[in-house]
Design a protein around this ligand. Sequence first.
Ligand code: BG6
Length: 527
Amino acid sequence: MSTTIDVESQSPPQLARAPLPNVAPCTVVIFGASGDLARSKLIPAFFNLACEGCPSGEFNVLGVGRTEMTDEKFQVQMRDAVSSAKDARGFTDERWAEFAKRLRYLTGDPSDDGVHKEIAARLEEMYTNKADDVARNYLFYLSTPSSVAKQIIVGLGAAGLASEERGWSRIIIEKPFGRDLDSARELNETVERVFTEQQVYRIDHFLGKETLQNLLVFRFGNGLFEPLWNRNYVDYVEITAAENLGVGSRAAFYEETGALRDVIANHLLQVLTLTAMEPPVAFDADAVREKKLEVLRSIQPMRPKEVRERTVRGQYIRGDVEGESVPGYREEKKVAKDSRMETFAAIQFQIDNWRWAGVPFYLRSGKHLTGKLTEIAVHLKRTPQALFAHTHEGEGKVHDIEPNVIVVQIQPQEAIRISFGAKLPGVKMETGTVELAFNYESTFHRRSPDAYETLLLDAIQGDPTLFTRRDEVEEQWRLITPIEEAWASGESAPPIAFYEAGTNGPAEADALLARNGHTWRHIDGKH
Ligand code: BG6
């Protein structure tokens, strides 16, 4: 039995979006502009920001990509993308016409040395007829495979575009940042030779999600929860990023990447650090990132034997997703018929510090699961005494009150839910589980900005708090690389666990938790 008690007692009046800050004009250069991310996220985010007058004044976007296109063709493609993007708010022909004027495109292979000089010339052209003292503020966005990033960075340096003599120059680098510890270090060294750390923004868009930012407020802005947030009260923590979609048009990327590198190595490890970190001394970039780093440092990389015991890798086979039959991963276009790439991964991490010793953190992510769900579930321990044993009715059995769970839901809803036991009305002592729920949208009556909008705005304003620092990225790979290596070597690898598309994932993932007497929450959001 589950009842929801909404904490908002009275609906607040309709609120407009908080005004955006006044941000200096700049030019954004997107490498990989003909790719999926530019279409689905970046251009829609810039459109939304521009509609609200941000950045102010002269603001332009130059797309760079290998696909041959004119400015006009790029504008038409982006129009389609923006008008159909689920996050596009207030799309109108007039607004688009205004925005389209700011979009330009340059055909070129970013790995080709000459292209950076062309970019520099094209940027200079945009400032023709402008006073000499107009700041040249450039934001470079690398939405390209990490293997190409190195050449772009070196090329930007050689073309003088990293220089901050006439304005600021910043670079955003998409994840995955490298593909293992060595390549991440190498990429960091290349970046450092051209840009200072203050100019570098390693993006992990999960950090721009509203509920994750709220996690810090929830934990460190309230006296209620923090005393419970440790091994004395917490039994285990689950972090899930489940998707009902398959690999779709990104199969080639996915064949190189897999669920571990794509989501767990960055997004979910970042969620873990925010869930587990100590309070920072201040809410500023370095204080927060220092505490996140400590969490990663407190995790020991796995030995091969532990990889076998604490990791699960899965791959979807044909099944039904939302009533539609979908092909298995190996049947997807651009996927090898005998591909061993994982589309699902579940990992148990242990944080060896005073706060968390002995508390397992289970991370899982997968494609073509039963639904889209991103959440953190903090399961508290049972009460020491079972005073109300045999009073709780659930699933046909009579048992004790369920332990409390604090769920921070990131997607599809942005919410915090706390479940606890309560007496059912009636003369008999019967208990049930009820829920105290806070929902962002119904409480504040306004939509949260898309994560990319938040992060792009932060980068333009020069605030790196929600970006990953060099040492964090390397620590992440220190933990992930031994798992990737063990999986690749085969010897200590768990076998690939196949799961039907449209399910909760492989049974092996359930067995991982069952060994410790734990269970995952269902991906459809139910217990
Ligand atoms: C991306 C991954 O970083 O995150 C994708 O490359 C994944 O594979 C996506 O689908 C999930 O992001 P979101 O914001 O939709 O949960």
